[in-house]
Design a protein around this ligand. Structure first.
Ligand code: MG
Length: 379
């Protein structure tokens, strides 16, 4: 594999830290040409020194540190433009990742995408840019990475659909009557994957899987009815595809984000890595249907996807507001889907979003509506 220049956005988050670890093992394959972080200045500087990176950006905070030349959200976009990266790994959390993704694509860079919101907010717009610039959009999300690896090995017309696996999150074994009393600390105990706060809460509510259904719709150009979700507590089966003859093909391995990160960055090559391999001895795998009543966020995602246009974006925006409120103790866990549903039903949202400005304005509006529903205690 020829050496790739990699720019990491969100380097101090869970994805960024894993990426730096795995890339540092392969100095012949990768050169890290830039790092961006949101607010963790000290860790960013530490990473810069450790991995010998000079192009640094910090999106929040009024840093005057001379080693950080790119500041604010604009600074991140300038970093993308000036980084000379071949591929950008976007590990930014939440909707803040959308514009950086678009900027990378418009600069003709391949995009390794860990930021789900990019596709959830504006999938059509983003895919248009991918095609226009002839670049690769490489999923980092473990489920989509698995499907991507399998998908590209079959003729498109031989495929029946895809099955996303879900661990079931922190409350998988909790009866649904008890969900109204759970605390943020309870929700942050994820059984198998180690991830950031927002995504761990989303795993507990299955909103994360809802976002992934929307993501899969765009990545694999599948209608919602061909995208299925199954609970798989062990997280060894990262996802499956089904061909028209009924056969299932699965990617099975240890649940470690470093593998899908490396696969995206090394695409189309598969590189060796030093992580422990999964042993099949004494391995038990279980699968069961998600309880739609216990996890209303999953059904709401399908509904939003069926409606299309701005609905997936509104689903995401309202969920971000709801999770923030839950983490602050201002909303019970069971209030999350109620707030999201109320926001989705607030008005007839546009069924077509044609520009970045329209996407951002609708996103801001949806958040404002969510916050007003929340503050007026209409839940
Ligand atoms: Mg995932």
């Amino acid at each position: 594999m020829s050496k790739k220049r990699v720019l990491i956005l969100g380097s101090t988050g869970s994805i960024g830290i894993s990426a730096l670890e795995i890339l540092a093992e392969k100095p012949d394959c990768f050169e890290i040409v830039g790092l961006s972080a949101h607010s963790n200045e000290s860790l960013l500087l530490e990473q810069a020194q450790k991995y010998k990176v000079t192009k640094l950006a910090l999106s929040q905070g009024n840093t005057n540190h001379p080693a950080i030349p790119y500041k604010g959200r604009e600074g991140i976009l300038r970093l993308i433009e000036e980084s000379e990266a071949d591929i950008v790994l976007n590990g930014i959390v939440g909707s803040a990742g959308f514009v950086p993704s678009l900027t990378a694509l418009r600069m003709g860079k391949h995009l390794a995408l860990a930021n789900k919101e990019t596709l959830v907010m504006a999938g059509e717009l983003v895919l248009k840019e991918v095609k226009k610039h002839g670049v690769n959009l490489l999923p980092v999300d473990s489920e989509h990475s698995a499907i991507f690896q399998l998908y590209t090995r079959f003729a498109k017309d031989s495929l029946e659909g895809v099955i996303l696996t879900a661990s079931g999150g922190a409350f998988r074994d909790l009866p649904k009557e008890k969900l109204s009393k759970v605390t943020p600390a309870d929700a942050l105990k994820h059984p198998t994957w180690s991830m950031g706060k927002k995504i761990t809460i989303d795993s507990a509510s299955l909103a994360n899987k809802g976002l992934e259904v929307i993501e899969a719709h765009h990545l694999f150009e599948l209608p919602p009815e061909k995208i299925h979700v199954v609970i798989h507590p062990q997280s060894y089966v990262h996802s499956l595809i089904q061909t028209k003859d009924g056969n299932l093909y699965a990617q099975i391995g240890v649940p470690d984000m470093r593998i899908p990160i490396l696969n995206a960055l090394s695409y189309p090559d598969i590189l060796p890595q030093s992580l422990p391999k999964l042993s099949l001895s004494n391995l038990s795998l279980h699968f069961f249907e998600p309880d739609r009543e216990k996890y209303p966020m999953l059904g709401l995602a399908y509904k939003a996807l069926q409606k299309g246009g701005a609905y997936p974006l509104v689903y995401n925006a309202a969920n971000e507001v709801a999770v923030e409120a839950f983490l602050q103790g201002a909303l019970p866990f069971t209030g999350i889907p109620i707030l999201v549903e109320k926001t989705l039903q607030w008005k007839d949202w546009p069924i077509h979003l044609s520009s970045v400005e329209e996407v951002l304005a609708t996103d801001a509006y949806a958040r404002a509506i969510s916050r007003s529903i929340l503050s007026e205690r209409k839940l």
